[in-house]
Design a protein around this ligand. Sequence first.
Ligand SMILES: NC(=O)c1ccc[n+]([C@@H]2O[C@H](COP(=O)([O-])OP(=O)(O)OC[C@H]3O[C@@H](n4cnc5c(N)ncnc54)[C@H](O)[C@@H]3O)[C@@H](O)[C@H]2O)c1
Length: 439
Amino acid sequence: MARISVFGIGYTGTVSAACLAEQGHEVIAVDIDPAKVEAINTGESPIVEEGLAALVSENRKAGRLSATTNIGSAVTESDISIVCVGTPSEPSGAIGLSQVFALCTSIGNAIANKPGFHSVVMRSTLVPGTMETVCVPELERASGLVAGKTFGVGYFPEFLREGSAIKDYFEPCLVVYGALDEVTQSMLAGLNVAFSAEHHAVDMKTAEMIKYTSNSWRAAKITFANEIGNIAKSVGVDGQKVMKILCSDDKISMSPYFLRPGFAFGGSCLPKDVRALRFLANENQVGAPLLDGIMAANENQVARAEALVKKFEGRTVGMVGISFKPATDDLRESPLAALAQRLTAAGYTIKIYDPFVKSAFDDKMAGAGRGNDRVEDLEEKLVADINALIALSDIIVVGHHYEEAVGPLSAIIGQKPMVDLTRVKPGNVSGEAYEGICW
Ligand SMILES: NC(=O)c1ccc[n+]([C@@H]2O[C@H](COP(=O)([O-])OP(=O)(O)OC[C@H]3O[C@@H](n4cnc5c(N)ncnc54)[C@H](O)[C@@H]3O)[C@@H](O)[C@H]2O)c1
């Protein structure tokens, strides 16, 4: 069992401290507010949360939980500090780091005087990069020690929900953590050993991003459901019934398939139907700001791809894919065609490898080039062979994943400028001569 100091006796800190003590650890809770410290020491919870009062009382009686305002003694008498102080919004919307920064200074000063290794783990919600650019430098400055070597550092986001926080603690939806050093990493693994949820041991910045993604995703889902509910009501339909039925479909509607960052959507249905629903919402005076944002964000993704192409030297762009999605010759509202149009307008010469669009032309199908209102002389731009496309082009844009193209494209990564909208090689990230749109 570990000796743990938990900083911040608020919602997160009290639940963490009481639950860690319940697991058998020796826990010292620390706060600048003497009233909260006194509450813990008299066996009372300083906040309202189902089951927490009993947990605090029992663990206080068992001698596993105590509280103090003395940061120095809490650090000396523990092996790991878990920080749960607040990160409220600044008036600008930026994250407020004053509590976190002050505590990094105090804990840094305390570990400077402590013999032996100490780990500092942040549980407060921190925007990606905060550990690296704020916490670690301040802890190092204040302690005179080296993070990851002479003291440990980790980030361990909390996913509990107020109201069901204790249940969420013991049955976590996600276990994510990252550390600079093996001692802290294995301590974090040890603290989570009893939980059956998969452990995601990642770098600290990824852990920071996952926490924000989780909260923003939840907020987006709530807002989407509300917007649909408002529109449904405006046409005399029960919005809750609509969303309940939609949520019963895990093949498409709730599938993770559409939650993979990449390029814009297009085609004959999604853009026109989002537009029509927005129109209906505005006509019925309920508004649809999230649907409005979807269209703007989708256009932004095309502009982003164009900007990535423009980072490279060269005037001939070879596009892998031009139809709205792989394995079809349908070009209606294809975002790749929109990208080709923007690049042509910017003076680039476009060559295209798209076996489905090409075969429609080669076979003289009546619908060849269906829906193309953006790419002039499309048929002339088509190239039959992926290797020929690569040879003809200064810059490659990978819009679709075609199995036969993976080998030749993988072979030129880092050799020839490439903007990758699909991720030809799993795990590959942007580097010299290679720009992945979201990686
Ligand atoms: N509340 C939630 O449900 C929840 C869930 C997951 C993550 N989080 C994140 O956890 C963090 C804490 O949130 P919260 O709701 O528990 O905040 P809170 O405001 O309830 O608690 C923060 C506590 O930190 C104390 N504090 C401030 N400076 C201190 C210092 N220098 N030393 C010791 N104690 C200090 C405050 O007195 C307060 O008691 C935030 O980053 C939040 O985003 C919150």
